[in-house]
Design a protein around this ligand. Structure first.
Ligand SMILES: [Zn+2]
Length: 268
């Protein structure tokens, strides 16, 4: 089955992963800008990272017939440094019109601090003023519920951003309803350590339906599995879900969300 992984950090993965994903049916993916496993020393390091996301990775993906899209920002972890964050945000417009950029992301909160909130809102301001899509990271484990509520409140205050142009990611059982009820797209991350498993995600799809739901692997530099979306496809099949329903979740939904970006050109 053709699928799209809407959240995966390919800069941390091997070229073999692209090949395995292509064999499993991956036709496109999107890579949000994120933490690299270490704090970067200057805004210049982000300039190189943005070049990697917009110039190098699309070529590596294309070797396997996979379309590569990305999102730009300074992640919530490094956003604790407000001065550095503002330098990075000031640089983003230079890259925003590159053809594989879908919008601003993954912005969000990590430890729910005032500095993270300040930088989150400044990213929202940039997205609203440029009419960009937004992809949002919600915090892990014990910080998730509070962080998700804070994020939804800050989003509400930026009235220029339409909910159907925003995806709030890493949802779990205790946050999914809040996100969907507010009209946002909602991402579920299949992750071996924290976040959802294919089984839990399938339970949530059975509870909430398939509208505005995205499923991703968030494969990155830590323990994670770039083949997580095919695992969900298998789990849904084993439970008797039809091919059309599965395809809606793993292909049509991310395709529809990406299509809201004016630079996204519909192909497969
Ligand atoms: Zn991520």
């Amino acid at each position: 089955m053709k699928y799209i992984d809407p959240h995966i950090h390919m800069v941390s993965r091997l070229t073999d992963d692209y090949e395995r994903m292509a064999h499993a049916g991956c036709v496109a993916l999107s890579e949000p800008a994120f933490w690299a496993g270490f704090d970067r020393g200057s805004a210049l390091a982000f300039r190189d990272y943005f070049r990697q996301l917009t110039e190098y990775e699309p070529k590596r993906a294309a070797q396997y017939g996979i379309r590569h899209f990305c999102w730009l920002c300074i992640n919530a972890k490094e956003a604790e440094d407000v001065e550095l964050s503002r330098e990075v945000i000031a640089m983003i417009p230079e890259f925003l019109d590159r053809p594989n950029v879908l919008g601003i992301g993954e912005i969000g909160l990590n430890k729910n601090t005032p500095n993270e909130s300040t930088i989150f809102c400044e990213h929202l301001e940039l997205a609203a003023s440029r009419d960009e899509l937004v992809l949002i990271h919600t915090p892990h484990l014990e910080d998730k519920f509070k962080g998700t509520r804070m994020i939804l409140d800050m989003l509400k205050n930026e009235s220029r951003l339409k909910p159907d142009r925003v995806c709030v990611d890493h949802a779990e059982e205790h946050t999914i309803k809040h996100i969907l009820d507010a009209g946002y797209w909602c991402g579920m991350t299949l992750y071996p350590v924290t976040k959802c498993t294919p089984q839990r995600s399938t339970d949530l799809i059975e509870t909430y339906g398939t509208d505005r739901l995205l499923v991703n692997s968030a494969g990155d530099w830590g323990p994670s599995d770039p083949m997580a979306v095919p695992q969900l496809i298998l789990e849904m099949r084993l439970r008797g879900h039809g091919e059309q329903t599965i395809s809606k979740v793993v292909h049509d939904n991310p395709f529809t969300f990406f299509s809201k970006c004016r630079r996204f050109k519909a192909e497969s």
